[in-house]
Write a protein of this length. Structure first.
Length: 350
C-alpha cells in the first residue's frame, strides 16, 4: 500500500514579476506544492498571476488570505521594505517561509525577525539567495574549499541590468541588487565580510535622472580577500552576472557563456540573457523545489534568516559607505545563535 503526502498549500504574497514567476513555477515545475492564494493590492496583477494557478484565490493583503483559505507556507515576493509585515504573522502561524531577498532592508528589522523566529522550535524562514543553487556558484565554492589553486585572493563581480525604472534609487543599488553579491561573496569565500567601500566613476547619462551609476562596491572578507563588484544597471544590452575568482595559482570564471556563441564574418558574439529569469531560472527551480521538500520534512534547505541578517548588516554599512565615500567596517550585533546551526544546509563556511 502506498501513501501520498498532501501538497504544501502555498500563498504567494506579491504578484509582480518575481511573485508571478513563482506562481507559474510552482504550478508547472515544482512537485509537492500547490498555490492556493495570490496576494497583491493590485487586483489586476493578482488576477493575472492567479490565472496560472487553477483554484487559487486572490486577496488584497495577507490577513485576508489567511482568513479565506488554509495555508501551510508562504513565498514573500513584495518589495523588501514590506517583508517584515508578512514575516511576523507568518512566523506567528508557524508557516514555512521562503522570503525573497533581502530579508529586510535594515538591520533593526532583521533583528526583530530573528527574535520572533527563535521563539519557535526551529528555523522556519529560508531566504531567496538563489545564487547558492546555481551550479557555477556551487562549483566555484567547491574550488575555493578544495585549496587546489591556493588561497582565494580576490573576486571581480559584475552585476548588470539593461535598464531600471524611474523609481529606482541609488540606495537600491545596494539594497536590491548588490545584496546578491553581499550574500554570494561569503558563500564563495567561506568567511564573513568585515568592511565595505563604494567608489563612483563617471555617471551613465542613460540612467534615469538623479541616479548616479554605475558604482563599484568593494567588499573585504575576514582574511583580506577583496571582492570588487561592478553594479551597472542601465547598460542597455541585457542581464549579465559574472564572477572571476583570482587564486594564488589560477583564475576561475563563471557567468559569461550562458547562451549561444557565434563567430562569423570576422566577428564573435555571445548571447546575453534578457532578464534574470533566463540567467538563473534553473537555480530558482532548484531552490523552490528544495524548499518545498524541506518544508514537508519540517526544516529549511538553504540560506536562513541568520544569513539574511548578515546580509542586511553589510548592506546597511554599504549604504553608509555609498553616502559618505568612506570605508565602513561591518559590526555584527552578536555571534551566530546555535538555533541556526542546521546540518546539511547550503551555507558559507564557518
Amino acid at each position: 500500500m502506498t501513501t501520498t503526502t498532501p501538497d504544501l498549500r502555498v500563498a504567494v504574497v506579491g504578484a509582480g514579476m518575481m511573485g508571478a514567476d513563482h506562481v507559474a513555477r510552482i504550478t508547472s515545475t515544482i512537485s509537492g506544492a500547490t498555490v492556493v492564494a495570490v496576494v497583491d493590492p493590485d487586483t489586476a496583477r493578482a488576477d493575472a498571476a492567479a490565472a496560472t494557478a487553477p483554484g487559487a484565490i486572490t486577496a488584497a493583503d495577507f490577513d485576508e488570505a489567511l482568513a479565506a483559505t488554509e495555508i501551510d507556507a508562504v513565498i514573500i515576493a513584495t518589495p523588501g521594505f514590506l517583508h517584515e509585515a508578512v514575516l511576523l504573522p507568518a512566523l506567528d502561524r508557524g508557516l514555512a517561509i521562503l522570503c525573497e531577498k533581502p530579508l529586510t532592508t535594515d538591520e533593526a528589522a532583521s533583528l526583530r525577525v530573528l527574535e520572533a523566529e527563535q521563539k519557535l522550535d526551529r528555523p522556519h524562514i529560508q531566504v531567496g539567495f538563489m545564487r547558492r543553487f546555481d551550479q557555477g556558484y556551487r562549483d566555484l565554492r567547491a574550488l575555493v574549499a578544495s585549496g587546489e589553486h591556493g588561497a582565494l585572493l580576490a573576486l571581480h563581480c559584475a552585476h548588470r541590468n539593461a535598464t531600471t525604472p524611474p523609481s529606482y534609487s541609488e540606495e537600491m543599488l545596494i539594497l536590491d541588487s548588490v545584496i546578491h553579491e553581499i550574500d554570494a561573496v561569503p558563500f564563495i569565500a567561506g568567511e564573513p565580510i568585515v568592511a565595505v567601500e563604494v567608489k563612483k566613476p563617471r555617471r551613465n547619462s542613460l540612467a534615469p535622472e538623479g541616479l548616479r551609476e554605475p558604482q563599484f562596491v568593494i567588499l573585504e572578507t575576514e582574511s583580506g580577500t577583496m571582492a570588487i563588484v561592478e553594479i551597472n544597471v542601465n547598460v542597455q544590452f541585457g542581464y549579465q552576472v559574472t564572477t572571476d575568482a583570482v587564486f594564488e595559482s589560477g583564475v576561475a570564471s563563471i557567468g559569461r557563456e550562458t547562451g549561444l556563441q557565434l563567430t562569423t564574418a570576422a566577428r564573435s558574439a555571445v548571447a546575453v540573457p534578457p532578464t534574470f529569469k533566463e540567467r538563473f531560472g534553473a537555480a530558482y527551480d532548484t531552490q523552490v523545489q528544495r524548499w518545498v521538500d524541506a518544508a514537508h520534512r519540517g526544516t529549511i534547505d538553504g540560506p536562513s534568516a541568520w544569513d539574511g541578517y548578515l546580509a542586511s548588516v553589510v548592506a546597511t554599512a554599504g549604504v553608509e559607505a555609498q553616502k559618505t565615500g568612506r570605508r565602513v567596517e561591518v559590526d555584527y550585533a552578536m555571534p551566530k545563535p546555535s538555533f541556526y546551526d542546521l546540518p546539511g544546509v547550503v551555507s558559507p563556511g564557518e
